[in-house]
Write a protein that binds this ligand. Structure first.
Ligand code: GLC
Length: 446
């Protein structure tokens, strides 16, 4: 009996301890994710051999649009002659991004840095003849931007990797475990190298779908990277080992369940530079998507695809500059904010200051004189146009003295304060945001 009591007691202590430990990990995780949550905008860069012909990154040979041999000929055109990392970072900074994620190695296996593992890289295997990753990372650091490294787990050009092209698998792991071990050493060695050289703030894995977590040794890889830098962040594509979700191309319609997420998005329809792809989203569309993303508590990772000579296509520069004008003007409504209020209260994107006392309303186009806020219980202390300063007046209608139904607030918005892309209105509340979420409207039974 005594034994039983002791073991129950011990069990209680341990489970308490386990709970506390779990809480610790949760709060440590929140802390580590703070900069990411505040950053809102990152610039994704797909730069590699594929930019030379302007074809699909890696997939073009995997899917058989070009032979692997011909794909590799692009190494000649990958000159990086006009590559100006300082100008790249300047543009990224101007766009309002707080971090950047660059393809250190895509599925084709071509590395942008001087890796010790093989010759298929920008130093030894292409006309560029130089490490093009290091100067970019240095510029990011110099400018206080966070460093994200994209790394493809699959390496379709590596002779000891399983997959090669869609219809041709080199071997099965079960048949040649030693060969797979060789690949594991190779890719994990490269990751160590990246970690030692750049100490990235974020790793952006890709291609995990080709193998299981066990086969990639994903938990071990996570541990290895965290041992080196406990604050580093991993995206969700290392099987089950990620810190945040990465919806791709599709703006989530409902708010994602994961607290931390990032929408990666192309400006046109391609990740890498494709001369033939002119299907660019407009500035308005990108800003609209961005507002939706931050309204739902996510980040936008907007992609650019530099050419083989290192220059950034004009259309992409123009979009980043336009975006920069808008983010700079509206910075108080963007950075360090949290997701906004449910759509029933305001038919558009919203964000909230971290202390929940300022509500930012994002208004597209010309609403024709006023915008409508429904079911806000707070009194409003002041309203102004973000980045412009005009104070706005409002009217409360539908509020009656015998009910706590808060009525509808109409904010007068004159045409002359409208932003050319999207206007933002700041609503300073008399306390933390408080929303009327009850069933009834004005008529209540008691
Ligand atoms: C996909 C593609 C890849 C691209 C990536 C970006 O996973 O395989 O080509 O780099 O998405 O999110």
């Amino acid at each position: 009996m005594k034994k039983l009591i002791t073991s129950i007691f011990l069990l209680a202590i341990t489970s308490n301890f386990a709970q506390e430990q779990a809480q610790d990990t949760v709060s440590q995780n929140e802390e580590k994710m703070e900069w990411f949550k505040d950053a809102k905008l990152g610039i994704f860069i797909h730069w590699g051999l594929y930019a030379v012909n302007g074809i699909d990154e890696s997939w073009s040979f995997f899917n058989g649009y070009i032979s692997h041999k011909d794909y590799l000929k692009q190494t000649k055109g990958f000159t990086a002659k006009k590559y100006d990392p300082a100008a790249w970072v300047d543009l990224i900074k101007k766009s309002g991004a707080k971090y950047s994620v660059i393809t250190s190695k895509h599925h084709d296996g071509f590395a942008l840095w001087d890796t010790k593992f093989g010759d298929f890289n920008a130093v030894k295997g292409a006309s560029s003849k130089k490490d093009v990753l290091t100067p970019f990372v240095s510029e990011l650091r110099k400018n206080n931007l966070k460093v994200g490294i994209y790394y493809s787990l699959p390496d379709w050009s590596y002779n000891d990797y399983t997959h090669f092209i869609r219809d041709s698998i080199r071997y099965k792991i079960a048949d040649e475990p030693k060969r797979w071990d060789k690949f594991l050493k190779y890719y994990q060695g490269q990751l160590k190298e990246l970690s030692d050289t750049y100490n990235p703030d974020l790793y952006w894995f890709d291609g995990d779908w080709e193998h299981s977590s066990e086969e990639w040794q994903a938990p071990k890889v996570r541990q290895m990277l965290l041992d080196r830098n406990p604050n580093t962040i991993l995206n969700s594509r290392l099987n089950d080992q990620g810190d945040y979700a990465t919806p791709e191309q599709g703006m989530p319609i409902t708010r994602p369940e994961n607290k931390f997420w990032e929408l990666c998005l192309t400006m046109n329809d391609s990740w890498g530079y494709q001369k033939n792809d002119h299907n660019y989203k407009t500035e308005d569309q990108i800003i609209g998507i961005f507002a939706d993303v931050i309204s739902n508590g996510g980040n936008l990772l907007l992609d650019i695809g530099p050419k083989g000579d290192g220059s950034i296509p004009d259309e992409q520069v123009a979009i980043l500059e336009g975006l920069g004008r808008w983010t700079n003007k509206h910075k108080e409504a963007i950075y360090d904010t949290r997701s906004g209020i449910p759509k029933e209260h305001f038919y558009g994107p919203t964000t909230l200051s971290k202390d929940q006392t300022i509500l930012y309303l994002f208004v597209k186009g010309n609403p024709g004189g006023e915008v409508v806020l429904r079911g806000l219980k707070n009194n409003i202390n002041r309203i102004w146009v973000v980045g412009e300063g005009t104070k706005l007046s409002h009217q409360v209608l539908g509020k009656v003295y015998w009910s706590h139904y808060p009525g509808i607030k109409y904010i007068k918005l004159p045409e002359h304060v409208l932003d050319e892309n999207m206007t933002v209105i700041a609503v300073l509340l008399d306390g933390k945001v408080d929303l009327y979420r009850e069933d009834g409207a004005v008529i209540e039974s008691n």
